[in-house]
Design a protein around this ligand. Sequence first.
Ligand SMILES: C[S@@+](CC[C@H](N)C(=O)[O-])C[C@H]1O[C@@H](n2cnc3c(N)ncnc32)[C@H](O)[C@@H]1O
Length: 217
Amino acid sequence: MVYQTFSDQKGTSNSLNKLYKIKFPYVKGKRVLDIGCNEGFFCIEAKKRGAIKVVGIDKNPKLIEKAKKRAPDIDFRTQDWDNLPNEEFDVILLLSTLHYSKTKQKLIDDIYKILSPEGIFILECGGVPGPGKDIEMIRKNGSMVYHPTWKFLTKDLLKNFKQKDIGISVKKDGEGVERRIFHCKKLNSIEDYDLPNEIRPNNSFRNILKNYLPFFK
Ligand SMILES: C[S@@+](CC[C@H](N)C(=O)[O-])C[C@H]1O[C@@H](n2cnc3c(N)ncnc32)[C@H](O)[C@@H]1O
């Protein structure tokens, strides 16, 4: 069964609906990377909307072949996310894929490194309540997936990002977890430190000052 839905193909995912739910950003003149791009739906949308550079990576060569057929002018690469392109991007998408990764912190830290200073990282992923880290679940087709707890995702995995929870994503048949969307920006400017305590990094400017200047307490 195919995953993405195009005008000529019905997949298990309502891709157009997902495009709206994730609040696809303004990409005109921007450099866009889609990690786990599948058949290229979101890359094609980025190109249509005026992105100057669009790269889609997926580890499945058959999907990349199909994506190239759909859009020969887009840079689709058969590539594992363990080895992200060593290039800077303004918009990075990671949609419905995080649960396949056993090394989520590395993946998210690698994304941080190639995101431009004012860039936006859009994460759409499933999560589970609870205090732990990753929860193993067996899917209908038997493959193992690893959903993070929301706590682990927001406090640990995304600790270097300013996060905006955009809300619940599209529902998919047979999926037992809630999926949410996060728009993430790098915590890199002084105004970022006006964030609520719970998402401020421990080494924030304010926390460093707190340790050294008693009147800051
Ligand atoms: C559920 S699909 C989501 C596709 C697309 N992001 C979307 O939301 O429509 C997950 C995609 O991640 C790809 N994928 C899984 N593991 C990967 C890895 N280690 N590196 C790159 N792509 C991977 C799969 O081949 C598949 O196309």
